[in-house]
Design a protein around this ligand. Structure first.
Ligand code: ZN
Length: 386
């Protein structure tokens, strides 16, 4: 009961991808919350919850444990995603003081959802797979099950022709809280499967795509930031994944070994940096001028195609021999000797091309995917890929 207004406000999170713990919600002016840790892990940062019963009431929501999150800088200059209709997500300012993230808002409706980024639920994932399979270009292989018993879905997108093609692998959401990665996947699949798109038709004459739209269904449904149901960070499991700890990586790695890899993109989100960028695997021991030329070509082409992507800011490249082979990009680049990259999109917004109302969001992630695929075609047309 709110002592000032006589109205009860409620916070709930028991739904697909939900994450919050209520410390106290007795007063709308002082709603105190904590973000739940990933299972068997110290990581936390993803949150997703519903506030109800607060229409036209000035609410103050405080996330008390923001300072201990995996990437506390992610909460500096951060605008929270919120939605009334669960379709359109806008941004609202927050403030950070003494390690507490505060949202002050007067909801316009009886129910409002807040999330670290626009969610991408496992139900939406199931819809995406089913919708994609309506295309004759698309086939499904369930390569295994997660620890919670969810399917690991691998989609193959092919023109069905008999000419040999390049095998391009796209994977996303090893880190389940990075939902922009699966929005990107939705854009990629829609673009590849659009029968009216002459560019995708031409690309599929040369390339077959193997797509894992969600590498971590358990973390996604459980509302994790970074790990699977066993608390494993899947992007540190690629050197020697165990079936009882990281089956998601084990089965996808097996499928890659079977099919071969000529191009690899692992799609992620970055909590702190307000940029879209690509991290290469310059630290591989066999990295040479030709590897660098391939990476530079792809990044520069993508920057030409889409102003939301840039090449000036990103992670500093590692020195030769210092690549992390437990990461997907390191493993694939080392094992298959192909162009292997990690794409990062922001949780916040892009510095040069900001859209303050929505921040970086699902539709912009989807549009970037279209550009990434166009750049794949240009890459295989170029001399550097020969
Ligand atoms: Zn990530």
């Amino acid at each position: 009961m709110d002592t000032l207004t006589g109205v009860t406000v409620q916070i709930s999170q028991n739904f697909d991808g939900g994450n919050i713990e209520v410390v106290s919600a007795e007063s709308a002016h002082d709603i105190r919350l904590n973000i739940r840790h990933d299972q068997d892990s110290e990581f936390y940062q993803w949150f997703y919850f519903r506030l109800s019963g607060a229409r036209n009431i000035a609410c103050t929501l405080k996330i008390l444990n923001a300072a201990g999150a995996a990437y506390p800088k992610g909460f500096e200059n951060y605008r929270v995603a919120y939605s009334y209709d669960r379709q359109h997500w806008n941004r609202w300012p927050t403030s950070l003081a003494n390690g507490v993230l505060t949202i002050e808002i007067t909801p316009e409706q009886d129910s409002v959802y807040f999330a670290y980024f626009a969610p991408y639920s496992m139900e939406r994932h199931a819809d995406l797979i089913a919708r994609s399979l309506q295309s004759a270009r698309c086939s499904l292989e369930v390569v295994g099950q997660s620890l919670d018993g969810q399917d690991i879905d691998l989609l193959k997108i092919s023109s069905g022709g008999s000419t040999p093609t390049k095998h391009c692998w796209l994977i996303a959401r090893q880190h389940p809280g990075e939902t922009m990665a699966q929005w990107w996947m939705e854009g990629a699949l829609e673009w590849l499967l659009d029968p009216t798109n002459a560019q995708s038709r031409a690309l599929l004459e040369r390339c077959t795509f193997f797509v894992v739209p969600n590498m971590n269904p358990d973390g996604s449904r459980r509302g994790h930031l970074r790990t699977n149901a066993a608390g494993r960070n899947l992007n540190r499991e690629w050197a020697a994944p165990a079936m009882d700890a990281a089956p998601e990586v084990f089965v996808v790695r097996e499928a890659m070994a079977r099919e071969g890899v000529d191009f690899f993109l692992d799609v992620h989100g970055d909590e702190s940096l307000p940029y879209c960028f690509i991290a290469g695997v310059e630290g591989l021991s066999g990295w040479d001028e030709s590897s660098q030329a391939q990476l530079d070509f792809y990044k520069n082409r993508l920057a030409d195609l889409n102003p939301d992507f840039q090449t000036a800011v990103g992670y500093p490249p590692k020195a030769p021999g210092e690549a992390n082979l437990t990461m997907a990009g390191g493993h694939v680049g080392h094992h298959f000797g192909c162009l292997a990259m990690t794409l990062e999109m922001p949780f916040k917004d892009t510095t040069a091309t900001p859209e303050p109302t929505v921040g970086w969001n699902g539709p912009r992630s989807k549009a970037l995917a279209h550009s990434c695929l166009l750049a794949v075609g240009d890459y295989f047309d170029s001399k550097v890929s020969q």
